[in-house]
Ligand binder design. Structure first.
Ligand SMILES: Cc1ncc(C[n+]2csc(CCOP(=O)(O)OP(=O)(O)O)c2C)c(N)n1
Ligand SMILES: [Mg+2]
Length: 465
């Protein structure tokens, strides 16, 4: 770790990492007391990722957290009580008890987009936020996180490619914690550095030690500044380790002991404390003060959450669908003159001509408007479309004759009609006809005393069934 931040910044990073861990420790207790509704995920050992990256954002910037980014919510200004109440499905929670974990946002004040469970989907969503901000002249950056597993979804690639081609002011933090449920990274990505995924989209990337909060912060800050300055999206891979299982239900016995021991020795908070002590930014006294401050805050926040009521039953049918203005008011906040991006400054012509694109009937011999080219005139179009439709549905003469014949003499015709045509015969033809025909024309197979010889393949197939 190198010293290049202000004293306050160093101490902020420490405070938020400690707060992140303490909030989650408290939730484990609440979970064991059966007060948490639904699953509980942990970011133990990954606090430097959420805190370091979110700390690089300005207040006006936007983020969308994933399940292991409670630290990012705290940095952005979400009070711990909201996190507790959300997990406890309380009436005063941000979603009024309608959803769990970190599935809530704040579009108005904190600029947080609620996460969605479908891994990767936040990438195009936050790209949209970034582009909208640019259009409105807000000079914002949008940030979200994705796991090593989530980086193998189709939408990760579609979203990042879209962000790249749009040069969106967007930063994607790829949280490589070595595991996706019980799948190790090497079993799902043939890359040493997941940052290399950026090469496919022609965008910049970084690979950074995710347990070094200063490294995460300084990298994220550089990326955020570059994105804000118009360099397009940036991918940051942070290498870290998921210390617990996927969620509370998972003891993660599949994790090799040596791997766990290596990462546990690199606890991000202990590493950082060591650095702060060596730089004389923290001592035993100030450390204790931080601990007391956090303890006091969290016990008050927990009490508030515990005292909040559960939602009334009749509330279940309210707020399920958006009803417009009485549900939420989302209006664009222009930070530039609208005239800059509206007519007559911007083009609104629905069609445009391209020299050399060709001329046709629709363009009267001139260069063709790109949408119309050589298309038919309206009357011709309508006529030919009708003709085509009737041709498509028309039964060919030969087949019609065959069908008619089959209706009269089912047995004989069925023997002649190839199976493909037989499939087209309408339902009014007796269904049993072809079966009877085969039965009459083919002699019944002789009964044999010998057991049938089953070819090896079929035997294996039968055995599998
Ligand atoms: C598109 C999609 N596929 C599968 C899942 C189920 N799922 C939820 S979390 C998870 C593992 C994610 O692993 P990773 O992206 O590495 O994140 P981590 O849990 O390690 O933070 C899976 C497969 C999902 N939510 N969305
Ligand atoms: Mg993972």
């Amino acid at each position: 770790m190198t010293k290049e931040l202000t004293r306050q910044q160093y101490l902020d990073l420490y405070y938020f990492m400690r707060l992140n861990r303490a909030v989650e420790d408290m939730m484990v207790k609440l979970f064991r007391q059966n007060k948490i509704v639904g699953g509980l995920y942990s970011s133990l050992g990954q606090e430097a990722v959420s805190v370091g990256s979110a700390y690089a954002l300005e207040q006006k910037d936007w983020l969308a957290p994933m399940i292991r980014n409670i630290g990012a919510l705290l940095v952005k200004g979400v009070p711990p009580r909201d996190i507790f109440m959300q997990h406890m499905a309380k009436y005063d929670s941000p979603t009024k008890g309608k959803d769990g974990t970190s599935h809530f946002g704040d579009l108005e004040n904190l600029h947080i987009v609620s996460p969605i469970s479908m891994l990767g989907d936040l990438i195009p969503v936050m790209t949209g936020v970034a582009i909208a901000g640019r259009y409105l002249g807000q000079k914002i950056v949008a940030m979200t996180w994705i796991g090593d597993g989530g980086s193998s979804t189709g939408v990760f690639h579609e979203g990042l490619n879209f962000a790249a081609v749009q040069k969106a002011p967007f930063v994607l933090v790829l949280e490589n914690n070595q595991w996706a449920y019980s799948t190790p990274v090497k079993r799902q990505v043939p890359l040493e550095n997941l940052a290399d995924r950026a090469k496919a989209y022609g965008i910049s990337s970084y690979s950074v030690d995710g347990n070094d909060v200063v490294a995460v912060y300084t990298t994220a800050k550089e990326a955020v500044d570059r994105a804000r300055n118009g360099e397009g999206p940036i991918l940051i891979e942070v290498k870290t380790f998921r210390r617990l299982g996927h969620a509370q239900h998972d003891p993660a016995e599949y994790v090799p002991k040596e791997m766990r021991a290596y990462w546990e020795a690199r606890d991000p908070i202990l590493l950082y404390e060591k650095f702060l002590f060596s730089e004389k930014l923290l001592d035993e006294k100030s450390k204790k003060e931080f601990e007391e401050k956090i303890e006091k805050l969290l016990s008050a926040e927990r009490d508030f959450a515990e005292n909040s009521p559960m939602p009334p039953a009749e509330f279940a049918e309210q707020g399920v669908y958006c009803t417009g203005d009485d549900c939420h008011k989302v209006a664009p906040k222009w930070q530039r003159p609208i005239a800059e991006v509206t007519p007559p400054k911007s083009s609104v012509a629905a069609v445009w001509t391209v020299q050399g694109f060709g001329s046709g009937k629709g363009s009267g011999g001139a260069s063709a408007p790109i949408h119309f080219g050589d298309t038919l005139k309206l009357e011709e179009k309508t006529e030919s479309a009708t003709d085509k439709k009737s041709k498509d549905t028309e039964v060919p003469e030969a087949v019609a004759e065959t069908i008619e014949a089959a209706a009269v003499k089912p047995v004989k015709v069925a023997a002649k009609v190839p199976s493909k045509s037989a499939a087209k015969i309408p339902a009014k033809i007796p269904v049993k006809a072809p079966v009877n025909a085969r039965a009459k024309n083919k002699p019944a197979p002789k009964k044999s005393a010998k057991p049938a010889v089953v070819p090896a393949k079929s035997a294996a197939r039968k055995a599998r069934r």
